[in-house]
Design a protein around this ligand. Structure first.
Ligand code: UDP
Length: 243
């Protein structure tokens, strides 16, 4: 039985990082493709307005709270989340597991060269790691068919999809039955971090729940996107009090 808290209509797993890790190991032992989603405050503001997106998130097999906003909001509902579980860290953990269990990985997403750079860096760090394939995240319908054929043929155990939200979640949902993978995870900008194209916030910002501030200082053009954080807190507060 999953222990979840419903925040603005989306069920979020109440898991610690270690519990999320156990679920990954479980998923790798099963047959169908399990979907892992990593919502933050921005996702949930969008999901409130986009019914398909909210239904897809609620169909996820593991939906981790990838933002301090969700941890704060869970308290409004009297069902506090145990901790923030960063998608980026869970992705790193899944890569370590893939290496030790000899499972293969496919990267889909990012600008031209990013998925390839991520694969090369992993090969340097984990010699012999099984990278089944990769493709950038900018493709038309015709190319998409070829990408899916490529994935079906290579049969990776794990697919990391970085197309930005909600595109990556919708892509995973629509294709999950034909991919043949054990896990498909939406990873967004984490692929750029893996490729060394962008950096995670220093530990101070992560520990104090200010990772969003670091990202804002680094990329001021995110300002308008980040207005969704206070909006999300207000939405969740209202939702919790009017239930
Ligand atoms: N991206 C992509 N195809 C698209 C849109 C985005 O491959 O059509 C990639 C983009 O290059 C980036 C990743 O998706 O590597 C994450 O995008 P976003 O900024 O939305 O994610 P966040 O930084 O919030 O995780």
């Amino acid at each position: 039985m999953r222990d979840t808290v419903e925040i603005v209509g989306i069920n979020i797993d109440k898991v610690t990082f270690e519990e999320a890790e156990d679920r990954l190991l479980d998923f790798l032992r099963q047959d169908e493709t399990k979907m892992i989603f990593t919502p933050n405050s921005e996702f949930l503001v969008d999901a409130v307005k986009d019914r398909d997106f909210s239904e897809i998130l609620n169909d996820g097999d593991l939906v981790i709270p990838d933002g301090i906003g969700l941890v704060i909001a869970s308290k409004f509902y009297g069902m506090p989340l145990k901790e923030k579980v960063a998608g980026c860290e869970l992705m790193t953990k899944l890569i370590e597991i893939a290496y030790s269990e000899k499972k293969s990985i496919y990267f889909l997403g990012g600008k031209e060269g990013v998925a390839e750079e991520a694969s090369q860096r992993l090969n340097d760090k984990y010699p012999g790691i099984k990278i089944a394939g990769f493709h950038n995240g900018y493709f038309d319908e015709e190319e998409e068919k070829n990408i899916i054929d490529d994935i079906i043929q290579k049969r990776p155990d794990i697919i990391f999809v970085a197309l930005g939200a909600p595109k990556q979640e919708k892509w995973i949902y629509n294709n999950r039955h034909r991919l043949g993978a054990k896990i498909a995870m939406g990873v967004g900008g984490s692929l750029d971090i893996l490729a060394g194209r962008s950096k995670r916030a220093p530990e101070f910002y992560q520990k104090t729940g200010l990772e969003w501030l670091y990202r804002l200082l680094k990329e001021p053009k995110r300002f308008f996107r980040m207005l969704k954080l206070p909006k999300f807190i207000a939405l969740a507060f209202y939702d919790a009090k009017t239930r």
